[in-house]
Design a protein around this ligand. Sequence first.
Ligand code: GDP
Ligand code: MG
Length: 294
Amino acid sequence: MSDQPFRSGFVALLGRPNVGKSTLFNRILGEKIAITSNKPQTTRNRIRGIHNAPGAQTVFVDTPGLHDPRKKDLNRAMVANAREAAVDANVLALLISAKDGFREDDEIGLDLVRNREQPSVLVINKIDQILRPEVLPVIEKAAALNLFKEIIPVSALKGDNVTHFVEVVTKMLPEGPALFPTDILTDQAERIWAAEIVREKIIRHTEEELPYSTTVTVETFEEDKDLIKIRALILVERDSQKGIVIGRGGSMLKRIGSEARRDLENFLGIKVYLELFVRVQKEWWRNPENWNQG
Ligand code: GDP
Ligand code: MG
């Protein structure tokens, strides 16, 4: 064995919506744990994924995007959630997109990093979208900020340099024993994950406005010998949205249900029976219980 001390701790993935936090998270963990889409607000909860290596256990924390907190209660809650993840983490990884460089709404993330004592790294993601030399000005600008111990260009989508990123942040972790059993991939309750999968399908197949007004709660998650029965409730704010989610003759709900079931079966490796219900509940987001989606 090696004479290096064992290291363990949390790495928070931070950044504005759409920079690729969940894609990087999934790439690292090699399974579809976080949900991804090109619409903002897909990741509402913090999701923790556990990466085990011979000398270390690195827990990656996927966070909701950092939005302008002046907009709506839910946004504010999500920013608070990301902030908390930053406070708890041993290492902060701020993501930006290579093509966009630093934008105005990266400021919230930069502020988070500025005000914390933990080491932080900058991940310049989506390098597959630009030519190699084009990343140099972004690196220069990042270096001039004097905030980051390392600047790491990656492509989360293609997997380029992702292993290097994992090695760099793992070396920054404090010495200590594993925090979780080494045979689990995520401590996220499976039911919360199931709810997220259903919500991903709704986002994928419906109109832009729905991500902001939909939440999914898993009411029952019963494990049988060779079958898992899941009953999930979809909450929307208006009758018209209920109509969209259900679709003509129930066609949309059927599609959402069968795609979600397929993902769930692939991940859980067991047959899944998924029942979906839709209910209108005005301003469901005022009740914090509905943010957990558990
Ligand atoms: P998040 O909001 O930061 O979690 O972003 P997501 O992980 O949901 O990704 C947002 C969009 O960017 C998705 O359509 C991803 O497929 C895409 N994306 C993420 N990483 C990369 C990358 O490295 N290259 C390219 N071309 N697209 C990416
Ligand atoms: Mg995400």
